[in-house]
Design a protein. Structure first.
Length: 578
């Protein structure tokens, strides 16, 4: 209540000279009455204000995270994080230090607030363990400095003047330190535990975003290199083009009796055929020929004309191929970028699996499709997402029982898991399995085309993505393999990030639970009361039917354990309330 009143006074009387003596006396008496006559009401209002502050801080954090997920550059993410944190939470200054692993130091890379200018090079590098930021980097923990000497005499521009409180928070994923977010306030004790929790969660989300961008950029570079390589090699480029082309035929014929050229499947057999190769940089990509009357052969001039035309046609076809290939690559890249943005919003694995299928379907045939996950501890494979003939296999699907959890080493999926290598089958999967010495599991008709790639991050394999066809041989090629590998790489990052985030959330929840139980136990009146409180709280948290606690020496406890093992039912009854 006092705080609310002080805010109103500052709002309506910004200068003390504007308050008359009578008004000042009235406000003093009102302030005193509010503190003595309405203490409970004052506490309730203070509690409401704290709840409102927490809600506002959490809403600001969500706004910041949403903004960061729209960015596609790590430097932009860092700059926006620093600026938005300073603006939304009203810090005097916020700054971000990148961690240089090779040099084992911190470099100031972004700053917002008062005196928001990056200092000269000699002042922008901070050694590990120096100041709050350096200590946070050394310990991988949040460092909160309040009402103490925070000055760094050799680094004059690291801190704003008159700083009373400071928090340095590590931006870390697992054990990989990416940087430090440093926030500063000119008000002592302004950075409270609630705000620390909000900022720590924000740093975790930022670490996930930065990690995703790192892998995404690496994959885009690989895709760009692959595209360039295809253009440099005409033979391979045309081979891929013919495989990926929307044209169903590669051979055409024009007859005077026909209105237009039509595709054919057989070789030309029209009397005497004169053919000229279609070449690009010495590589033959096809041929251009005509059938002539043996009694009226082509003259040398006509043959030269045919050769010139074949050369021009070759160049025109090459330009058309490159254009069509670039258009397709641009379309594929747009799909991959959209998929990456979707994965950045992922918070559960079901969402990731659905989007793997969605974006794979934009790039290749997926009427037969599945995502398999590898459970390392159990050495098993599960199939959380399966499509058969374009229909999702759920519990009410007639084929659901066939997609059971199975041990690793079964079929092509198990082979990919164990060898961490993709498999592409042009025709007859059963024959390929026999050659690999693997058992064949057939669901439905014989598989004619099969493509599977590992979902892998680092040296850890998480699962397999597979597409297949029972009706069309040679449906998939090396280009499809490269695309599916890129999809699997992004999916691996999304799955890994989701699991890390959930683990971090569980850890934070567990720590809060421990703190809550500890606080209640410490408030116990005596030893017996403390043990009773500990049992009650532990039983509720773990949903245990029976819990017990007892004091004694090591030997006594061992004897009790042995007695319990010999007769657990009897011992349990005797120790339920120990």
């Amino acid at each position: 209540m006092h705080t609310l009143l002080d805010k109103l006074i500052k709002q309506y009387f910004p200068s003390s000279e504007e308050i008359s003596p009578k008004v000042a006396a009235f406000l003093d008496e009102l302030n005193s009455l509010l503190g003595t006559e309405f203490p409970e009401h004052s506490k309730k209002l203070a509690g409401m204000e704290n709840f409102d502050n927490r809600s506002r801080m959490a809403k600001s954090a969500n706004t910041i995270i949403h903004k960061l997920t729209t960015l596609d550059n790590s430097s932009q993410v860092i700059e926006q994080l620093t600026s938005l944190v300073q603006q939304h939470y009203g810090f005097s200054r916020a700054q971000y230090f990148n961690f240089n692993k090779a040099a084992n130091n911190l470099r100031l890379s972004a700053i917002a607030g008062e005196n928001s200018t990056i200092p000269k090079a000699q002042y922008s590098v901070l050694p590990i363990n120096l100041g709050a930021a350096g200590k946070a980097a050394a310990n991988h923990k949040t460092i909160l400095a309040s009402n103490m000497d925070l000055n760094l005499p050799d680094y004059p521009q690291m801190l704003d003047e008159n700083i009373q409180s400071q928090a340095a928070l590590p931006v870390i994923l697992e054990s990989d330190l990416l940087g430090i977010l440093d926030v500063q306030s000119q008000t002592d004790n302004e950075i409270d535990p609630d705000l620390i929790l909000i900022l720590e969660n924000l740093c975790l989300q930022t670490a996930i975003i930065l990690n995703s961008l790192k892998f995404k950029n690496e994959m885009l570079e690989q895709l760009s290199e692959l595209s360039s390589l295809q253009k440099m090699t005409s033979t391979e480029g045309w081979k891929t083009f013919r495989e990926m082309s929307s044209l169903n035929k590669n051979r055409f014929i024009f007859d005077q009796n026909l209105d237009s050229a039509i595709p054919i499947e057989t070789e030309l057999n029209y009397g005497q055929v004169i053919q000229k190769p279609l070449q690009i940089r010495g590589e033959v990509i096809g041929s251009l020929g005509i059938s002539s009357d043996p009694e009226q052969p082509l003259s040398d001039a006509e043959k030269n004309l045919l050769e010139s035309i074949s050369s021009e046609v070759s160049e025109a076809l090459e330009r058309a191929r490159l254009f069509e290939t670039s258009q397709r690559s641009a379309s594929e890249l747009a799909v991959l970028n959209e998929m990456g943005a979707a994965f950045a919003q992922a918070n559960n694995e079901e969402f990731i699996n659905e989007n793997i299928y969605k974006y794979t379907s934009m790039l290749m045939e997926t009427s037969q499709f599945y995502v398999s996950l590898y459970h390392e501890e159990e050495q098993e494979l599960s199939f959380p997402f399966v499509m058969m003939d374009g229909e999702r296999v759920t519990k009410d699907h007639p084929e659901y029982h066939q997609w059971y959890t199975r041990p690793v080493g079964t079929g092509l999926t198990g082979y990919i898991i164990e060898n961490k290598l993709p498999i592409l089958i042009d025709d007859n999967a059963e024959k390929t399995l026999q050659e690999l010495g693997l058992p064949f599991l057939r669901f439905g008709e014989e598989t004619l085309s099969w493509l599977g790639v590992p979902i892998i991050i680092g040296d850890r394999i998480l699962g397999v993505i597979s597409v297949q066809s029972e009706t069309t041989p040679n449906l998939y090629n090396r280009h499809h393999l490269d695309l599916l590998t890129t999809i699997a790489s992004q999916a691996a990052i999304a799955i890994n990030n989701t699991r890390l985030f959930n683990q971090e959330q569980d850890r934070a929840k567990q720590e809060r639970t421990v703190r809550t139980i500890t606080d209640k136990v410490r408030r116990g009146a005596d030893t017996q009361n403390m043990m009773q409180i500990a049992l009650e709280e532990l039983s509720q948290v773990l949903n245990a039917d029976v819990s017990s606690i007892q004091l004694g020496s090591k030997d006594q406890l061992i004897k009790e354990q042995e007695k319990w093992q010999q007769n657990p039912a009897k011992t349990q009854k005797g120790n339920e309330h120990s």
